[in-house]
Write a protein that binds this ligand. Structure first.
Ligand SMILES: Nc1ncnc2c1ncn2[C@@H]1O[C@H](COP(=O)(O)OP(=O)(O)OP(=O)(O)O)[C@@H](O)[C@H]1O
Ligand SMILES: [Mg+2]
Length: 230
């Protein structure tokens, strides 16, 4: 069985006249080491899908299995543990904690269930070095550029070697140089760690670099032909 199995996933929001169907029986499989881009118009439900895969939101129906586990069958504490262990989320607006410095932000996943161990601090430093921030460890997010903040978010997402990395518009706010650096990292590091990567993006340049590209439109996920990518 694949490391990620999504079956007949639906998400509907109640609406005054007619319910709003955002995800309409979506199925998807992905394995460790694979990467995938999801494109589609604004409002198509890309973030909604990513949030459900990351267990930050609940599906209306359908199932998600990561590494053979259905996170929605777990209790609250177990689900938080599952998220911590299996999911690395890179949000569009990075969600760094403003009062914590770069190193502390990268260590955040380790702090959810206790203190960071020395080897974890070492790993955070290595990852921050990998994203070119070794001389910014004690900077606060407010003392970083947008691209640097996004790179901290990448390091943080990789910290606990998650099974699946979910990135929502990771290059949305970046200039082309920084977008290219983040794109490079997103491709290389999950591969090194044998993780799955799903990237939601409006950038065809980034989408083109992934092994596979799917388009979300009117609730359905379909293969986006490579030839159509300008
Ligand atoms: N809590 C909610 N209640 C009702 N409708 C919602 C809710 N959250 C999202 N929606 C609707 O679901 C649709 C999908 O939203 P989503 O954020 O997933 O789109 P998206 O594809 O990520 O768009 P973008 O490219 O602009 O980020 C939108 O039309 C939005 O209005
Ligand atoms: Mg979105």
């Amino acid at each position: 069985m694949s490391d990620l199995v999504v079956r007949e996933l639906c998400k509907t929001y109640p609406n005054v006249r007619q319910d709003l169907v955002v995800l309409d029986h979506i199925s998807l499989e992905l394995n460790r080491g694979d990467n995938l881009a999801i494109i589609g118009p604004s409002g198509a439900g890309k973030s909604t899908l990513l949030q459900i895969l990351g267990t930050l939101d609940q599906p209306t129906s359908g199932t998600v299995e990561v590494a053979g586990l259905n996170p929605f069958s777990l209790g609250e504490v177990e689900q938080a543990r599952f998220r911590n262990q299996h999911i690395g989320f890179i949000f569009q607006d990075h969600h760094l904690l403003p009062q914590w410095n770069v190193l502390e932000n990268a260590l955040l996943p380790c702090l959810a269930f206790g203190r960071a161990k020395p080897d974890q601090i070492e790993r955070a430093k290595q990852l921050l070095d990998r994203v070119g921030l070794s001389d910014r460890l004690t900077h606060l997010p407010s003392q970083l550029s947008g691209g640097e903040r996004e790179r901290v978010a990448v390091a943080r997402a990789l910290m606990l070697r998650p099974t699946m990395i979910l990135a929502d518009e990771p290059t949305g706010n970046l200039d082309s140089d920084n977008a290219s650096i983040i794109g490079e990292l997103l491709l290389e590091v999950p591969k090194e760690q044998d993780a799955m990567l799903i990237v939601v993006t409006h950038s065809m340049e980034l989408a083109k670099r992934m092994n596979r590209c799917l388009e979300l439109r009117r609730g359905k996920l379909t293969d986006h032909p490579r030839d159509d990518m300008a």
